[in-house]
Design a protein around this ligand. Structure first.
Ligand SMILES: NC(=O)c1ccc[n+]([C@@H]2O[C@H](COP(=O)([O-])OP(=O)(O)OC[C@H]3O[C@@H](n4cnc5c(N)ncnc54)[C@H](O)[C@@H]3O)[C@@H](O)[C@H]2O)c1
Length: 411
């Protein structure tokens, strides 16, 4: 059988999760990344994150299924090339396409004449048609005529033990029918269900809808939470009760604000695109603002409840953006730490999966008797009884701590 070659541009959370799924299926994968340290690590079978294990890397490299490189010229024989580079926000909160543009610049002239180029990076509707394809076409001139352009917005959920690439349906599309067929056939080989969207814009927009939907609902349930807390109504029981309705309700849980590379970021891409097209999305805008001001809402709440926070020893437990991952991007712990510090609190943090973050090291829970512990995230190996032992008072955002200790309050 011919080797089934795939190139992946960007070897981060998404890129490496694809490496795992594709190599498991017997594909030969060439991974291209501009970060030479990352590539060196990977070549040495060392995994940088939980998307792939070091032992899987070793196995795939040993079987000649995976090769990581900084050299884009090696793409010349590759049939299918997937772009999975960051689409973050810039310092001033704007959509930042520089990684995507740079990736297109890097690979354009090295693509095989009839390569299928798929964008998996999250982006606004029109990105494939108006940004990616023109860069490649401009760079290749006549040599661009047989390149097929497609997109399939990534849906991977790092750390999820139930949903992986295989059982998470894919939305795909392409700039023409041939591209649509090729992208459908490519994913159908390792994904159970494929939805072929009529245009790339539908596929791109579906991703922004998914994450905007979550942002709006999370912001809403945080608002409901704060009201219920003020009235002494246990909000999680309210949600449990409402969830017994078998139609028309979907539960979302309150928390310290939503973090990660997607939910607080993607809606900003949509808002910017809408604004550029002269359209306002005020509800989404409000949800984004509400998420961004969550830390100051929490600090105000603590001040109302406890008085001045000056000099209080505060421990933030869990600085990743969700349980059982090491990813701290856009973590709500950061603005919360800043806002509490601005009130004069002595804020430390602890996370069993993170050693260094925010230019400091994880504290030991047993280092202190904490006046206030704020539990933002609990991992599987988090030691709840140690937290209770070393804290005077705990505010629990996870709903997982036992409230019968008398020290724990839900927030
Ligand atoms: N992480 C997730 O859970 C997730 C889920 C769904 C969608 N996404 C989307 O997928 C995309 C990738 O996210 P990620 O979390 O994997 O990012 P990441 O930061 O973990 O990894 C991206 C990799 O791309 C590399 N890179 C940057 N510029 C490059 C270039 N010009 N050429 C080659 N490599 C380059 C970086 O060095 C890095 O290794 C983003 O658009 C993100 O929004 C992420």
């Amino acid at each position: 059988m011919l080797p089934r070659n795939v190139g992946i541009i960007g070897l981060g959370y998404v890129g490496l999760s694809l490496v795992k799924s594709l190599c498991d299926k017997g594909y030969r994968v060439l991974g291209v990344d501009i970060d030479s340290e990352r590539v060196e690590e990977l070549v040495g079978s060392k995994s940088p994150n939980e998307s792939i294990s070091s032992s899987d890397l070793k196995r795939f490299i040993g079987a000649d299924l995976f090769h990581a490189t900084t050299d884009p010229t090696l793409l010349k024989d590759i049939d299918t090339v997937i772009i999975a580079v960051p689409t973050p926000l810039s310092e001033d909160g704007e959509a930042d396409y520089k990684f995507l543009v740079n990736a297109c610049d890097l690979i354009s002239s090295h693509l095989k004449a009839d390569a299928l180029l798929i964008n998996e990076s999250t982006s606004h509707p029109g990105t494939l048609r108006d940004l990616i394809a023109p860069i490649v076409i401009k760079s290749r001139g006549d040599r661009a005529k047989d390149i097929k352009f497609a997109c399939s917005p990534e849906r991977v959920n790092p750390g999820d033990v139930v949903f992986s690439h295989g059982n998470t349906p894919r939305v795909v599309s392409g700039l023409d029918n041939h591209a649509k067929e090729r992208v459908r056939d490519f994913y159908a080989d390792f994904v159970d269900h494929i939805f072929v969207a009529s245009t790339p814009e539908v596929a791109e927009m579906s991703k922004l809808l998914e994450n905007s939907f979550r942002l709006v609902n999370i912001s809403f349930i945080n608002e409901i939470n704060d009201y219920c807390v003020s009235q002494g109504i246990p909000v999680r029981e309210v949600i449990q009760a409402a969830s017994t309705k078998p139609f028309g309700f979907m539960p979302f849980l309150p928390g310290p604000g939503v973090g990660g590379h997607c939910i607080p970021v993607d809606p900003a891409y949509l808002l910017q695109d809408a604004a550029e097209k002269g359209k306002a999305l005020p509800l989404l805008e409000k949800a984004l603002q509400s998420n961004r001001s969550r830390s100051s809402q929490i600090t105000s709440f603590l001040k109302t409840e406890l008085g001045s926070l000056k000099g209080k020893k505060v421990l933030i437990e869990g600085v990743t953006y969700k349980p059982n991952v090491t990813d701290t991007r856009e973590t709500p712990a950061e603005p919360l730490l800043e806002s509490l510090t601005a009130e004069g609190a002595q804020v430390h943090w602890h996370d069993s999966l993170v050693q260094n973050w925010n230019k400091s090291e994880s504290s030991r829970v047993s280092d202190n008797k904490w006046d206030i512990t704020l539990v933002l995230v609990l991992h599987e190996d988090s030691d709840v009884s140690e937290l209770i032992r070393h804290s005077e008072l705990i505010f629990d955002f996870t709903g997982k701590l036992p409230i019968d200790s008398g020290k724990v309050r839900l927030i």
